[in-house]
Design a binder for this molecule. Structure first.
Ligand SMILES: C[S@@+](CC[C@H](N)C(=O)[O-])C[C@H]1O[C@@H](n2cnc3c(N)ncnc32)[C@H](O)[C@@H]1O
Length: 368
């Protein structure tokens, strides 16, 4: 059996890309992770047994990277440079400099990685950061695939539209003249920015999306820590926020502000009380009667397809090459949080993270 592919995980957070690799059952191992967030690193170490390096990525030298003899880079750089909230400063945003540094490092390596996977928000596809990365990959003879996909397309009741890039370096054998022609065609489509929006890329599957009740622990969760504070509901009543019922088969994107007073855009709230009358957005009292609560961190972990214990959906036929219907992953390690990590810190880390199933499927079907 050949040796596992050696991966570096940059911007590792709580390890969403590492979990995805495990879920994909690819013979690969993360030889080092990098993140400056000490709480994220604490969670990562708690689960994977080794702490990420907290050295700022901008300070990594070619030597620092080469010593790992890695053949795959997994990256989920900060998204703020490409969001409205972050002022869309793109490559001029200091938070984009770590990615820019890694792009500049690539050609300086004695042995650049064969595989590269990157996750980011929608808008990244139009950024100068993406253009710089694609140009470098192109110059270094990588084949690049890009897509914009959401977990709901994979049979998970959650919207989280994200950009993904998969790049593979062509070997010198690949560069024969016939393949060179195909290559040139592919390259021009990459530069033009062909972005796949269907899953699978070759034509959409209609995966049945299960109801939210399959993902939630207890619909009428009485745990007061998950209740949406009345003052926040009343204060915000003129703005609509997303209310879902356990029988729904969708939720909106959970952001790092989830669980805070930012109710409108941070994710769905669960209705726990059912009334005959419909609520009225101009009457805050009617909203109070819905018994709104936040999703718990465990429920978000399930929606993000992290491996978590004691949790089953319907059975699934597994096939090695075809896209799979979502089935909750159980591979080890599970995602757990140390007791010292507060509820708000858990929300923040999960909101910053990614959908492991979507990444696992892309790794399995498109990259490796
Ligand atoms: C979008 S989050 C990635 C989350 C991760 N994929 C997960 O599953 O949790 C970006 C991460 O990059 C880290 N980060 C930002 N700038 C960094 C830098 N210059 N060096 C190292 N890590 C950095 C942040 O601490 C954050 O955890």
């Amino acid at each position: 059996m050949s040796d596992p592919i050696r991966c570096l995980e940059f911007f590792s957070g709580i390890g969403g890309l590492h979990y995805a690799l495990n879920i994909a059952e690819i013979p690969a191992t993360v030889v080092c992770a990098f993140d400056v967030n000490m709480i994220a690193n604490q969670v990562y170490e708690y689960n994977f047994g080794h702490a990420p390096s907290n050295k700022t990525i901008e300070r990594l030298t070619p030597k620092d990277i080469e010593k790992f003899k890695a053949d795959c880079w997994l990256l989920s750089p900060p998204c703020q440079p490409y969001t409205q909230g972050g002022n869309m400063k793109d490559i001029d945003d200091p938070r984009a400099q770590a990615l820019v540094h890694l792009i500049d490092l690539l050609p300086k390596l004695d042995k650049p990685p064969t595989y590269l996977f990157l996750e980011n928000v929608k808008n990244f596809e139009e950024s100068q950061s993406r253009a710089k990365l694609v140009q470098m990959l192109d110059e270094m003879n990588y084949q690049v695939k890009e897509c914009l996909l959401s977990p709901i397309q994979f049979g998970i009741p959650n919207h989280r539209l994200r950009y993904y890039m998969m790049a593979r370096r062509r070997s010198s054998i690949d560069s024969s003249s016939v393949q060179q022609q195909e290559t040139e065609q592919e390259e021009s489509s990459v530069i033009q920015g062909e972005i796949h929006t269907k899953w699978p890329f070759t034509g959409e599957y209609q995966f049945e999306v299960p109801e939210l009740c399959q993902f939630i622990e207890n619909a009428a969760n009485e745990d007061l820590q998950y209740r949406v504070p009345e003052k926040d509901i009343i204060k915000r009543h003129k703005f609509r926020f997303d209310i879902v019922r356990p029988s729904d088969n969708r939720t909106s994107c959970v952001t790092k502000a989830y669980g805070s007073h930012h109710l409108q855009t941070s994710g769905s709230l669960i209705q726990t009380q059912y009334l005959d009358v419909k609520h009225d957005w101009s009457d805050p009292k009617s909203l109070l009667e819905l018994g709104l609560r936040f999703l718990s961190p465990k429920e978000i972990s399930r929606l993000h397809a992290f491996p978590v214990p004691e949790y089953q959906l319907q059975s699934n036929d597994s096939c090695l090459t075809k896209p799979r219907l979502f089935n909750p992953p159980h591979c080890l390690p599970h995602l757990n949080f140390p007791d010292s990590v507060t509820l708000m810190q858990r929300y923040r880390l999960l909101g910053n993270s990614l959908n492991c199933w979507v990444v696992a499927e892309l790794l399995r079907c498109e990259l490796f």
